[in-house]
Design a protein around this ligand. Structure first.
Ligand SMILES: *[C@@H]1O[C@H](CO)[C@@H](O)[C@H](O)[C@H]1NC(C)=O
Ligand SMILES: *[C@@H]1O[C@H](CO)[C@@H](O)[C@H](O)[C@H]1NC(C)=O
Length: 397
């Protein structure tokens, strides 16, 4: 349920507000995962708190509290020579320097949640978005920085995910435009399509020592989004939108994709390594025993016609490098745009604990449709199991 902090004048208004709250509460408990209330900014803003397209009152945008220079964007509006588009509906918000938007959400204390929203950088390259989740009364606040330097999708709109633990039943989610040196304080990224999803925390099983090895649990992907959702790097102590897994990078992300729009090797979800060697997909396994043998298996494939060719006609076949502890293997992924996947395997002896399982794409790729959308090999269906000491190796040792 979203709580609106507007003070309410008059009995009729109060009754109306209560009704709205009841309806909202029902809507949220029925559809726990999905768009936030007015998460796509399609509700018309309160005109008495607007000056043209600029939001002047902090409660002009229903269900949100805004601060700083916020502009209400309409799809088709021009910025210089550029026609602005909007990913969901026909409205979005632009966050000027230091501006922020906040919504209060009622959640289940102790559970994990991922927030998904779309953002488009329109001004300086140094634009950055900070996301904070904090109990409405009290602490601690959890804050993350989303790097928006790299634009992954040809439309200019990328969908980002970020995760947190609900430290209280009523949390406020804040997105702030954390500006570098923006010349124009009115300028900044445009945001849209806010949604939330409860994240379960899959455990390792008898058949797989990895958590969430099939990547079926992860951030919300809007059903009609064709571009997947970016999972940015998170610090070790922060909540990962991809349970079990961490993204290690300076400012690059991996992409979480769905089978509705991509060739996913198995199940409904997978991870596309869209940032070359600058990003590692990693899990640390604490249950391996030094000196024992294990087998890591995984699928590597082409999810969206990614293996394009270079100008000189040479193939840019993709390569996935996988590490399990000190052992490694490289899998060539070149399906000539046909889509598909194959299995990679490492049999190794654990030399330390924890064992790090890591996937990296060895190249940079764009889609073969010449759109400029960044892409890369997809990784899915990863398993780690103990094996008997291989016979040949036993003789050698
Ligand atoms: C619009 O804003 C004005 C001024 O703050 C306020 O009095 C009015 O109740 C608001 N209208 C709605 C529908 O929220
Ligand atoms: C954004 O987050 C970073 C790191 O967490 C912090 O240093 C910075 O002050 C934050 N900026 C804002 C505007 O909250």
């Amino acid at each position: 349920m979203a709580i609106d902090e507007r003070s309410v004048h008059g009995g009729a208004a109060l009754v109306l507000r209560l009704l709205v709250c009841v309806v909202a509460a029902r809507a949220v408990s029925a559809v726990a995962d999905g768009p936030l209330l007015n998460g796509n900014f399609e509700d018309p803003p309160n005109q008495s708190q607007m000056s043209g397209s600029v939001v002047t009152g902090e409660h002009a945008v229903s269900y949100w509290k805004t601060s700083g220079h916020i502009e209400f964007i309409c799809s088709g509006q021009k910025q210089g020579d550029m026609v602005l588009t909007v990913p969901d509906g026909s409205h979005a918000l632009r966050l000027g320097s230091g501006a922020s938007i906040q919504q209060q959400i009622s959640l289940t204390k102790g559970l994990y949640y991922s927030l998904t929203f779309s953002a488009s950088r329109t001004c300086s390259q140094n634009e950055m978005l900070n996301v904070t989740a904090a109990p409405v009364s009290g602490s601690p606040a959890q804050t993350g920085e989303l790097p928006t330097q790299t634009v992954y999708t040809s439309s200019g709109w990328d969908s980002y995910s970020w995760a947190f633990r609900a430290e209280a039943g009523l949390m406020s989610i804040t997105v702030t435009h954390n500006c570098g040196e923006e010349e124009d304080p009115a300028c900044g990224p445009i945001v849209d399509a806010f949604a939330i999803k409860t994240l379960s925390q899959p455990e390792a099983s008898q058949n797989n020592m990895l958590r969430n090895g099939d990547f079926e649990e992860g951030p919300y992907i809007p059903p009609d989004s064709q571009w997947g959702v970016l999972v940015p790097p998170v610090d070790e102590d922060d909540v990962s939108p991809l349970p079990g897994w961490n993204i290690m990078a300076y400012k690059k992300s991996v992409k979480y994709i769905d089978s509705a729009h991509f060739a996913v090797p198995r199940g409904a979800r997978a991870v596309e390594l869209v940032s070359g060697v600058e990003t590692a997909l990693l899990q640390e396994v604490y249950t391996t025993v030094e000196g024992s043998w294990y087998r890591l298996e995984f699928s590597a494939g082409d999810a969206d016609g990614c293996a394009s060719s270079y100008d000189d006609g040479s193939s840019s076949g993709m390569k996935v490098k996988a590490y399990a502890g000190t052992a490694e293997t490289t899998v060539d992924v070149d399906f000539r745009d046909a889509g598909g996947s194959k299995r990679g395997k490492i049999e190794f002896r654990a030399t330390a604990s924890p064992t790090r399982v890591v996937f990296v794409s060895l190249g940079y790729h764009t889609k073969s449709d010449n759109s400029g959308t960044l892409c890369g090999p997809v990784v899915d269906d990863v398993s780690l199991v103990p094996i008997p000491q291989p016979y040949a190796r036993r003789l050698l040792l």
